[in-house]
Design a binder for this molecule. Structure first.
Ligand SMILES: *Cc1c(COP(=O)(O)O)cnc(C)c1O
Length: 365
C-alpha cells in the first residue's frame, strides 16, 4: 500500500533526547524552553521579525484573523480551490468568504479578478500558496494598498519556499503555516503565523492564551491555541532534517517529470522562475488525456496506491457555502475545471524510486 503521503519522523532516540529535559523541568506547555527554541529557530530560518506558534494551522488562521480585529460581517476575498480550513476560518471569525477564481497556470488566486469582487464591506484578502506555488504577491499587495485591505496568506503548503532568497513567510500582513503530520515540515499538530508587526504578534499571543495579560488582568475573550512542549520538540527535530526532506522530494519530483512530461493531455505544475520549491505535492491535471482523473485514481487504487483528489470538491460546493452569491455555478470556472481533473500523486521523502516508476507505469500504460 502506497499512500499519498507518509509522515517523516526523526529517529526515536533523537526525539527522546529532545524531550528528556521536560522530565526535570515539568514545564510541559505555555511557552516553555522548547517552544521558545522552536520560535527562535523558525524566525531565523524564515527571516521574519515576529512569529507566533499555535496548536495547529487552522487555529493559527483563526487567531490571525481575530487579532486583526476586522469588522463583523466583513468580506474576505479568497479562492474555493483549497482545504476546508481556509474558508472555515473566515466564516468562524464572523466574516464572509467571497470566492475569486484561480489562474490556469499554477492554480493560485487570479489577481486580475480580485478588484471586481471588492465592495464597501471587503476588509481582507486570503490567498493560498496552493501546492507551494507562490501567489502573485506583488499584484495582490498593490490591490491591498489601493483599497486599504489586509492580506493574510494561507501558506500551509509553502513552508521552505523562497523567492529570490525571500521566504514565503514575508508576504502580506500575515502568513500562516501548518505543521500538521501530513505537511513536509511538521510538529505532529502545529502551526504558526508570521508577520512584520510585533503588535499583531503580541495580540495573537494574548488571544491564544485566553486573553490573559497578567495574573489579574484579562483584556480579550481569547481561547486556547497554544502549542505544547512535546509538539515543539518534534518540530525542532524535524527542522534539523528539513533540508534533507526537500532534497529527497526533489528527486521524486524529477523522476515524475522525466516520466510524465510531454504526455498529451497530462499537465504538470510549472516551476516558478527564481523560486526554490519545497516539492510538497505532485499534482497532475488530466485534461484531455486518454484516462480521466477518476479512471486514473481507480487504476492506481486497484494496485494499492492511494492518490488523492486534492482539492475536490471546491469549498464553495460544501453544503455550508453553497448558498453564498459567489458560490453559484459558473462563478469560478477555472477552479471548477481544475478541481474536476486534478490528482495528487504520492509524494514523501521515503517514497522509493521503484514506487514512482510503478505509479508512472500505471498512468502511462
Ligand atoms: C493543512 C492545511 C490547513 C490547516 O492546517 P492544520 O494544521 O491541519 O489545521 C489550512 N490550509 C491548507 C491549505 C492546508 O493544506
Amino acid at each position: 500500500m502506497i499512500n499519498v503521503i507518509r509522515s517523516s519522523m526523526p529517529s526515536f532516540e533523537e526525539y527522546c533526547e529532545e524531550i528528556r529535559e521536560l522530565w526535570d523541568s515539568r514545564w510541559l506547555t505555555n511557552s516553555g524552553a522548547k517552544h521558545q527554541e522552536l520560535e527562535a529557530a523558525l524566525k531565523e530560518y524564515l527571516g521574519v521579525p515576529a512569529l507566533s506558534l499555535f496548536a495547529n494551522g487552522h487555529m493559527a488562521l483563526e487567531y490571525a484573523l481575530a487579532a486583526m480585529e476586522l469588522p463583523a460581517g466583513g468580506e474576505v476575498i479568497t479562492t474555493p480551490f483549497t482545504f476546508a480550513s481556509t474558508t472555515h476560518a473566515i466564516t468562524r471569525c464572523g466574516l464572509v468568504p467571497v470566492f475569486c477564481d484561480i489562474n490556469d497556470r499554477n492554480f493560485t488566486i487570479d489577481a486580475d479578478k480580485i478588484e471586481a469582487l471588492i465592495t464597501e464591506k471587503t476588509c481582507a484578502i486570503m490567498p493560498v500558496h496552493v501546492y507551494g506555488s507562490l501567489c502573485d504577491t506583488e499584484a495582490i499587495a498593490a490591490i491591498a494598498a489601493r483599497y486599504g485591505l489586509k492580506v493574510i496568506y494561507d501558506a500551509a503548503h509553502a513552508f521552505g519556499v523562497f523567492s529570490g532568497g525571500v521566504s514565503s513567510a514575508c508576504f502580506g500582513d500575515a502568513a500562516m503555516f501548518s505543521f500538521h503530520a501530513t505537511k513536509a515540515f511538521h510538529s505532529v499538530e502545529g502551526g504558526a503565523v508570521c508577520c512584520s508587526d510585533p503588535e499583531l504578534a503580541e495580540r495573537m499571543n494574548r488571544l491564544k492564551n485566553f486573553g490573559i495579560v497578567s495574573p489579574e488582568q484579562v483584556s480579550h475573550a481569547g481561547g486556547n491555541g497554544k502549542m505544547s512542549e512535546f509538539h515543539a520538540a518534534m518540530g525542532l527535530c524535524n527542522l534539523r532534517h528539513f533540508e534533507d526532506e526537500v532534497k529527497k522530494r526533489r528527486q521524486h519530483t524529477q523522476r515524475y517529470i522525466n516520466r510524465l512530461s510531454g504526455a498529451e493531455g497530462l499537465r504538470l505544475m510549472p516551476s516558478q522562475p527564481g523560486v526554490t520549491s519545497n516539492h510538497t505535492y505532485f499534482p497532475v491535471v488530466f485534461d484531455g488525456y486518454k484516462l480521466t482523473r477518476d479512471e486514473a485514481a481507480e487504476r492506481l487504487a486497484a494496485r494499492g496506491i492511494n492518490a488523492r483528489k486534492y482539492f475536490y470538491p471546491l469549498t464553495s460546493d460544501f453544503d455550508c457555502y453553497r448558498s453564498l452569491p459567489t458560490a453559484q455555478s459558473g462563478s469560478t470556472p477555472i477552479a471548477r475545471h481544475i478541481s474536476d481533473r486534478i490528482l495528487c500523486l504520492p509524494m514523501y521523502a521515503d517514497l522509493r524510486p521503484e514506487d514512482v516508476e510503478l505509479i508512472c507505469d500505471i498512468i502511462m500504460e
